[in-house]
Design a protein around this ligand. Sequence first.
Ligand code: FAD
Ligand code: SF4
Length: 594
Amino acid sequence: MTTRRTNPKVDAVIVGFGWAGSLMAAELSRANMNVVAIDRGPWRDTFPDTPLTADPDELRWKTRRELLAPPHDTTLTMRNTLDQTAVPQRDFGISELGGGVGGQGFQWAGMAWRFNPWDFRVRSETIERYGMARAEDGELQLQDWGITYAELEPDYDRWEQIAGVAGQAGNLRGKLTSRGNPFEGPRSREYPTPKLKTLRMMEIFNKATSEMGLHPFTIPCANVSQAYVNPLGVTMAPCTYCGFCSSYGCGNYSKASPQTCVFPALLNNNPNFRLITNACVTRVNKAADGKSVTGVTYIDQNGSEVLQPADIICLTAFQMENVRLMLLSGIGKPYDPLTSEGVVGRNFSFQTVSGADLWFEEDHINPFIGAGGLGSQIDDYNSDNFDHSSLDFIGGAGILTLSRDGTPIANANKLPPGTPRWGSGFKRAYSNYYQNYGVLFNQGTSMPIKRGYLDLDPTYKDPFGLPLLRLTYDYARNDRAMATFTMNRAIQIGKRMGASQFSAFNFAEKPFTTAIGASNHTIGGAVMGADPTSSAVNSYLQSWDCHNVFVVGASAFPNNGGYNPTGTVGALALRAARAICGNYARKPGALQKG
Ligand SMILES: Cc1cc2nc3c(=O)[nH]c(=O)nc-3n(C[C@H](O)[C@H](O)[C@H](O)COP(=O)(O)OP(=O)(O)OC[C@H]3O[C@@H](n4cnc5c(N)ncnc54)[C@H](O)[C@@H]3O)c2cc1C
Ligand code: SF4
């Protein structure tokens, strides 16, 4: 580290410029605040990085993950239990971090969910419906979010408008409709664009699940179905179902991303905003009073240490790095898994995934036609939508089938059990089953446990000499039971769909590892709540410890829903921004709900 210099002071500094950071930067600068965003990665945009003319080269984007951050820059250490020694991880299926501005949002798939109202009140609802013993089984650490679905609904709505989400309401202001998801929370209005087309695999799923008395619907997704102008004045074009979507940039401006939906409004001729790239924030600097902070320290691309003073700090560096920066900066009391005291690092969870691979004999699925978020789902076995009285778990999973990613390299692994892995037998099977393969994917809830947490590793350090984050986690007994239950439901559905062969899978039956490609949805570590002894931030994502620090991302989720997280991350970012521009700007200090 060489020169130490200080930048001019600003109203707010945003640490990390993905969905959460760019949404907050846009809202704060629109309210005339002077904002600086700092991102570890380089500048990245549709042009020149992934225009329509860029080859959707599977080897480059999906296999070699060219848009992702290399693990050697972002690794952490991991162990399953407290008595093990954690070691650095090199293979990240659980958290494929973005390698440039826009974060993961540049190459995400686009499933654009709201969480179920139950997810926000898991503890209270479980006690009310099944009794205290179910909520406190000795292993689980359930806690409510300090906010209800209804309170977050306006922010969900605004996020969907910004992203242009394509969907069909199932619950419009309390009135259920049969064409959408009847289990969703009440929506104040329809989705901004109509749902995408129903493709062949979805047709088979919809027919089978309807015949079983279940309730299939099209997954809401941020792959827009028609030309659309969002509230920030940005134009999007209709999706062409090109199929190379998740892990790729969208050259067509159809997949919502920070680049497509937010950057143009934020970056064009905006004197209130400045973006600093290739700059890694290493610390939030506390004030002498210990109750507020004065700015951040970052290392720029020349290796120089720079101070960025600001009145407000927003940590939007993704769930893991948000927690690490709090621990490195001494913001909030670190969590102790032996006593359950302390808040920073608490309630790390993943997502509990099971399902079944299906192969059909006659049906041609045409998997090369699709969009990143496109598929059908049933929520009959998700959240608390079914009676758990006679079951030994809480929660559930959205059971879905996808119409996306007929990518020839990745799909070469998707062959029925017993198929030769090379030679003419392999070639024959692959040329047959490439067309006829489908998956039922159970995206399950994850309940927090006392021994699942994040802290700083005592041994291993990053290139700046700072401790790596250490993850201690394994699946809860509750979640293992849930995954087995939903896996068996997927087998029943697969049979009804007419699959000639199927192979069930359950990621939760083995010990947790960071390598599994089950989902990208790690959560917790700086959870929100109404009680400062069990949460790191309040319902505006404001640190209980330092009132001018807002910690925004899936780090705030106390438990994971049976859905992808980004709709909820976006809504929470907009809620935090609203609180800053409104009440906090007028009267800095701890925000009170109401
Ligand atoms: C392949 C893939 C598919 C996905 N599909 C879906 C989906 O269908 N639906 C869904 O809801 N979610 C999906 N996700 C997850 C989704 O992309 C993330 O939930 C979302 O993008 C997280 O946004 P974020 O702003 O919190 O974090 P990020 O997007 O990770 O942004 C964080 C930013 O902070 C920067 N940063 C990190 N540390 C520092 C530091 N110390 N200093 C400065 N900058 C820093 C990073 O460079 C990055 O730009 C997917 C993810 C991937 C990878
Ligand atoms: S499937 Fe649609 S949203 Fe996805 S990359 Fe292709 S055109 Fe874009």
